[in-house]
Design a protein around this ligand. Sequence first.
Ligand code: KIV
Ligand code: NA
Length: 266
Amino acid sequence: PKRVRVHHLREAKERGEKLTMLTAYDAPTARIFDEAGIDLLLVGDSIGNTMLGHETTIPVTLDELIPPARAVVRSVSRALVVVDMPFGSYEAGPEQALATAVRIFKETGAHAVKLEGGRRVAAQVKALSDAGIPVFGHLGFTPQSENALGGKRVQGRDEDAAELLSEDAIALQEAGAVAVVLEMVPAPVAARITEILRVPTIGIGAGVDCDGQVLVWLDMAGMGGWSPRFAKQYGQIGQALGDAARAYAADVRGATFPDDAHSFLA
Ligand code: KIV
Ligand code: NA
């Protein structure tokens, strides 16, 4: 299949074709999602919560994100791979952001990076875009700022906050962002931003009118654990994995595994 490229994002928006995105943190899930035709894979700093046992994304380091990103890039033949810039790796300014994104690009082969914030990171987005590094923005509820935002809360609910969100989205687009993730934004606000922007919006808890959707794969697939209300569950992978482990343990305890078919008899 033909690779998804950055120019396809805007073309998809113009044609009214929805973009599909999931997180991936390792080779087997990346291969499965790529083969399933998911357009964009995000090596998200949600790896902190989903895989590394942290409560937030804040402790995640660049050194922790690079090996999973490399595994995901190696495992796809079609999907465009986006890697999150972790908390503390870009806020200081364009130079710091460029050093981080260059490391991500050189060491993983990723196709784009993502960072959180609007006007406050516009200079960073411009520096990366000028350097030939496609950037995804991320607005609304931005988990790296959870402490400042007062927890996991819908953003842009009142008219002033919605206006600020639109201004941030426009600032990201003007700085060169190729797409903007909108997280936990009222559906009508996300719809309005989607209409204003030339670049696609990718929603998570932001209604159906965004140009695409993203979910954390463990939420989407029913891997178990806490899941936000906006995440629809499309499978019961946690249950299936637990069933497999219980069946295996029962066979081992009952000495019915390994049988002849799974043994070297001579
Ligand atoms: O880290 C992540 O998984 C994300 C998405 C939820 C947008 O940033
Ligand atoms: Na993230």
